[in-house]
Design a protein around this ligand. Structure first.
Ligand code: NAP
Length: 228
């Protein structure tokens, strides 16, 4: 178990694995589309990658929160740039987490929603070659349409968006993002013109829901006000 300290709203000790035990994202879904939460990690100076990947920004506590989120949703959505950079496999391999999903009434393996403007999917990565993966591909300019299709065609009611910055920006522009989970890693990455968690967009107000600490990182949960 991975211990975290809640700093806001009420100070308390919490376990990362149990963070979402009482959170039903699907129940929060508005009519006609799933509830969508984004999970990203950044350095303290706002960088979304180090050496082109997220690994050096992550920690045991961050990985525990990352997997706890995957355990709580119907589908995980990711852009082709991130699939390639992070060499994605299927989403939930750990049998204990698959059992927790079954107990929550979810499929043991979340649906992977992958969208592309061009249809150039990285077919050679494990996500596409593993027969146990569940993959839903969508080709088109609006990722919100992919999410709506996953809702009507596969009954998806909750989506975890794992980036990257380009897809995040497009989903925000489509007003399809309800919450942001942001890990702030205890590290100054340095360097000019960093890639941030959003490649584009406009100022978007957020409302702080909780703040936790673990391994020296901050785990911030925000509501995105004004989603559609
Ligand atoms: N810090 C973090 O938490 C975090 C999380 C994820 C990724 N990353 C990092 O981010 C980098 C990748 O970022 P990225 O922005 O290039 O990748 P991305 O957002 O994962 O993927 C971009 C691709 O997604 C598709 N896409 C984007 N917008 C779309 C739209 N409006 N409609 C349909 N498809 C759309 C396009 O695919 P096609 O080209 O196939 O048309 C586009 O090239 C990697 O280095 C990764 O490590 C960091």
């Amino acid at each position: 178990m991975t211990a975290l300290r809640r700093l806001f709203p009420e100070p308390e000790e919490v376990e990362a694995e149990a963070l979402f035990a009482d959170v039903d994202f699907a129940a929060l879904a508005p009519a006609g589309r799933p509830y969508v939460v984004v999970n990203m990690v950044s350095s303290t100076d706002g960088r979304a990658t180090l050496e082109g990947k997220t690994k050096l920004l992550s920690s045991d506590a961050d990985r525990a929160v990352f997997h706890a989120l995957r355990t709580a949703v119907d589908a995980v959505m990711v852009g082709t740039g991130t699939l390639r950079a992070e060499h994605y496999g299927r989403m939930v391999r750990d049998e204990r987490r698959r059992e927790i999903r079954r107990e929550r009434g979810l499929e043991p393996e979340p649906l992977a929603i992958v969208c592309s403007r061009t249809g150039d999917f990285p077919d050679d990565i494990p996500l596409f070659t593993d027969p146990e993966a569940r993959v839903f591909t969508h080709v088109g300019p609006a990722p919100g349409e992919a999410v709506r299709r996953a809702h009507t065609e596969h009954g998806v009611r909750s989506v975890l968006l794992e980036g990257g910055p380009t897809l995040n920006a497009a989903m925000l522009a489509d007003r399809m993002v309800d919450e942001l989970f942001l890990t702030v890693a205890p590290l100054l990455a340095g360097g000019a013109a960093p890639l941030t968690i959003l490649s584009d967009g406009h100022p978007t107000p957020l409302e702080l829901r909780w703040a936790l600490e673990g391994d020296g990182a901050l785990f911030l949960r925000y509501a995105v006000t004004g989603s559609g």
